[in-house]
Design a protein around this ligand. Structure first.
Ligand code: SF4
Length: 611
């Protein structure tokens, strides 16, 4: 079995049983690995029960999964996926993470870990070169993610290891909590930290020295070289290498992609003060990358207050910056560090704090509601204080920790939230790039940006092989199909698992898959594989009650903004969805994939679950 280690670790925390399960070879070519295989496993194990499962109950499955490319010589293949039913959205949840944990899990001899049940008291899982055991984590419970990682590394004394961990917020089951790895790398979205916390699982250690065998090493290296040269031609490769993702801020504002003042504006006069260039000129220490990365978009910074720590990404700078009208970059460094240590998704918390400011602005909440903290636009001290309160789930911080939708419900303004299916919209505005509209409305997690790369496509990076080409970012025609194809293609990256910033084209990805696994994908079957995976997750969501009614954008992002890069444009979501549904062959009334589509994709056995 090339590209795979051939087994999954199955852990039942209730009974403390651990066993090896062989990978089902029949599932590999159609579902690849990563979140594709994880969703297949969940559907097979849970079936129609999925809809009724409480995400924070022992019955929910928590799956850590790598893919065939993880830990190989393919560039940027140091990723892994964390999947579960999400406590934030109550539908399919997944979060992708960089660092080194994915490769180390394979070096430890496993393709993935399936976790169910709940430990009686805090434990951590030590996966060590072909075997695994549970150890007491009482001494780690309550500690931040940085300290927990340091303690485990020191105690286990193994240089070749990686740790993935939750912080106090995940322990306290906050729906906006994340899973952290290799210091500042986050599996950020969908509340995966709370699922881990609900199982009393503080951390997972992966260590080992096993090799990932590939089918044809020489041919693989040759095509990797070609793909890398092509990748280097992308503008984003150079931008992310030299400035990190924060290097995109000025461009984002020029295109109207970067939301300001809770999606009500698109220009921010203090942008220069929080941009990547500012970070580079002042506190930048060094760049760092995930395993095997040739871009190294990570930034290590050093400030008087924090010492050496990870610098904020583009998403964080906008979510805790311009979205809140906050031009104080030091407060963003601090809030980012606090979020990483507590294990909080910076997109969700930034957006939820901005929503609270919006509610205050509209007179829905007052200073008393926010524990006396003056949560008004641009108040950087209040933002940091709210992050601290959220980390402790204390007072108004407890309300923030539930996410925007829950806050909206509490104050009778759910329809005002910038969420899709309960997930906070990331820092890319569909009024600047129309394809994001149907992309956000239909993504299986709710609104997410990385897996579809639609903003890059709208900026002029086409995928010619699939005719994914946008000639005008402000037209709706064709965007439904572009969104669907991009979801299918880039969904493969989360199955493979490689970083979406890699921009490997299908012409290179098909042979890369083949030289690693020995399978026989071509460009067309690659896209069908992505389509199968996307529809599998849609079935999961249909079982959770998701239908056409949920494929929409919130009102707040559908108002024209005359000033700035969106130029007063607003996408027509329904128009795009008509095209999207037709392309996908989904039923317009119910939002389910039609039976014949499921049959075409080899998913007919799941048709009876939803029809
Ligand atoms: S580009 Fe950035 S996120 Fe992607 S693998 Fe490299 S360092 Fe990690």
């Amino acid at each position: 079995m090339f590209g795979y280690m051939g087994k999954i670790l199955e852990v039942d925390l209730s009974s403390q049983s651990i066993k090896d399960i062989p990978l089902n070879e029949k599932d590999l070519k159609p579902f690849v690995g990563g979140s594709g295989l994880a969703c297949k496993i969940m559907l097979d194990r849970l079936g129609t029960a999925i809809g009724g499962i409480d995400p924070l109950s022992p019955e929910n499955l928590l799956i850590f999964m790598t893919g065939p490319l993880t830990g190989t010589r393919v560039p940027n293949s140091g990723r892994f996926e964390v999947c579960a039913k999400s406590p934030l959205t109550n539908i399919w949840g997944e979060a992708n993470c960089g660092g080194r944990f994915g490769p180390y899990l394979k070096f430890a001899g496993y393709d993935g870990i399936v976790i169910r049940g709940k430990a009686e008291k805090p434990v951590y899982l030590d996966v060590d070169n072909g075997s695994a055991r549970l150890d007491d984590a009482d001494h780690l419970w309550g500690k931040g993610t940085y300290e927990t990682q340091e303690i485990l590394k020191k105690d286990l004394g193994d240089k070749r290891m990686s740790v993935t961990v939750i912080g106090p917020v995940g322990e306290k089951l906050a729906p906006i909590s994340c899973v952290m790895s290799d210091r500042g790398r986050a599996a950020g979205r969908c509340g995966m930290g709370a699922v881990m916390g609900s199982k009393n699982l503080k951390a997972i250690v992966a260590r080992g020295a096993q090799k990932v065998e590939v089918e044809n090493k020489e041919a693989l290296l040759e095509v990797v070289e070609e793909a890398s040269e092509r990748m280097d031609e992308e503008v984003s490769t150079d931008m992310f290498s030299s400035l990190g993702t924060s290097g995109y801020m000025e461009t984002a504002e020029a295109y109207g992609d970067s939301p300001v003042k809770y999606y009500t504006e698109s220009t921010f006069e203090e942008l220069e003060d929080i941009a990547g260039t500012k970070m580079n000129e002042t506190v930048f220490k060094k760049a760092y990358g995930c395993y095997g990365c040739r871009i190294s978009c990570g930034r290590v910074i050093e400030t008087e207050d924090l010492g050496e720590t990870e610098g904020p990404e583009y998403e964080t700078l906008v979510a805790l910056g311009s979205l809140c009208l906050n031009g104080d970059i030091d407060s963003i460094y601090k809030a980012n560090h606090l979020c990483n240590d507590a294990g909080i998704d910076t997109i969700s918390i930034g957006s939820t704090i901005a929503f609270a400011m919006y509610l205050r602005d509209k007179g829905v909440i007052s200073r008393e509601d926010t524990d006396g903290v003056d949560l008004t636009w641009g108040n950087s001290e209040a933002i940091v204080e709210m992050v601290e309160k959220t980390a402790r789930r204390e007072g108004f911080g407890d309300i923030i920790s539930e996410g925007s939708r829950a806050m909206g419900k509490k104050y009778g303004k759910e329809e005002w939230t910038a969420t899709v299916k309960g997930l906070e919209i990331p820092m890319h505005d569909s009024r600047g790039y129309f394809a994001l509209a149907s992309g956000y409305a239909t993504n299986n997690r709710g609104a997410v940006h990385v897996p579809e790369q639609l903003y890059q496509i709208e900026m002029g990076s086409p995928i010619e092989e699939y005719d994914i080409i946008s000639e005008d970012r402000f037209v709706d025609e064709g965007k439904g199909i572009i969104a669907a194809k991009a979801q299918d293609y880039f969904g493969l990256f989360d199955a493979a698992t490689i970083c979406a910033f890699t921009w490997i084209r299908p012409t290179h990805l098909a042979p890369i898959f083949n030289y690693v696994t020995g399978f026989d994908y071509d460009i067309d079957s690659l896209l069908v594989t992505g389509e199968r995976i996307f529809n599998t997750k849609r079935i999961f969501n249909n079982l959770c009650g998701i239908g056409k009614k949920d494929d929409c954008l919130p009102d707040i992002v559908l108002h024209p903004i005359e000033e700035g890069g969106t130029e007063g444009n607003v996408p027509d979501v329904e128009k795009q969805l008509k095209e999207y549904y037709e392309y996908r062959n989904w039923d317009w009334e119910s939002g389910k994939p039609k039976k014949e589509k499921l049959k075409d994709l080899g998913l007919e056995k799941y048709a009876s679950l939803i029809w």
